[in-house]
Ligand binder design. Structure first.
Ligand SMILES: [Zn+2]
Ligand SMILES: [Zn+2]
Length: 255
């Protein structure tokens, strides 16, 4: 009996420990995210455990979010809104960088928000499709973290929200429909890239990504595109790490 219990404990604990080790390896050397950091655009970084979401002021009392966190109750986002004297009803739009559960978990707490994502990640966000990463293909999103994408986006599309414009760029690789968003000089990269302690850019983590070679090609393509269009990028925001400065880290990115 005791032996069965030990075996059962190992079977249950092993994947959890393995996941913990993978997470530790993935985020080692990453610049730590600072909860409450105000970006050059006035957007606020909200740390939801190991995931970042961002609150974007749109003018007046209207806000948008980049991703909606991992917490099903959206506790950290609601607390950050309360600090601004606002509540969930102020959020008019949510832009999903991709459909992984740790970025969609809190969306249903913002019923007034139009939810945007690239078309290719709509099935992932809504639970009708799966991602293909070595680890992510083994996980399915819990029902309560799924979200309906009311506004599927295509590559290059601009969305006017309040007094701001959010531009979407397709950067497939981490997931098929991974997006980068440019809003008021900040480029939001989701899990397509992170910032290392030395300020350099790191590509998407292998274990959690569909296709890292495609991710690297997408990042190189994005850097060229932003430079060619002379779009100003003052800061780089990532889904799990701290913030990077300027377009330089993306332009200098070497896989
Ligand atoms: Zn992800
Ligand atoms: Zn993530």
């Amino acid at each position: 009996m005791k032996r069965i219990l030990v075996i059962a404990a190992v079977v249950v604990l092993l994947p959890i420990v393995a996941l913990g080790v993978l997470m530790a390896v993935t985020f080692s050397g990453a610049r730590p995210a600072q909860d409450g950091q105000v970006l050059v655009s006035g957007a606020v970084l909200v740390k939801d455990g190991y995931v970042n979401a961002f609150i974007l002021p749109l003018g007046g009392n209207d806000l948008a979010l980049i991703d909606c966190g991992n917490d099903v109750e959206a506790g950290p986002l609601k607390a950050a809104l309360a600090k601004m004297g606002l509540d969930a009803s102020a959020v008019k739009a949510i832009f999903l960088t991709h459909g992984h559960a740790d970025h969609t978990g809190g969306c249903h707490n913002f019923p007034k928000a139009a939810v945007y994502a690239l078309t290719a990640d709509q099935p992932l966000a809504e639970g009708t499709g799966k991602s293909r990463g070595p680890l992510t293909q083994l996980l399915s999103t819990p029902k309560e973290k799924l979200t309906k994408v009311g506004h599927p986006l295509s590559d290059g599309e601009s969305v006017a929200v309040g007094l701001s414009t959010v531009r979407a760029f397709a950067v497939p690789g981490h997931t098929a429909g991974s997006a980068a968003y440019l809003a008021n000089g900040v480029l939001y990269l989701g899990d397509s890239a992170g910032i290392a302690t030395d300020g350099a850019l790191a590509g998407a983590p292998w274990a959690f990504s569909d296709d890292v070679a495609q991710n690297h090609a997408s990042l190189a393509q994005l850097a060229k595109r932003l430079a060619a269009e002379k779009l100003e990028v003052k800061q780089l925001a990532s889904g799990h790490t701290g913030v990077g400065e300027g377009l330089g880290p993306l332009e200098r990115f070497v896989p």
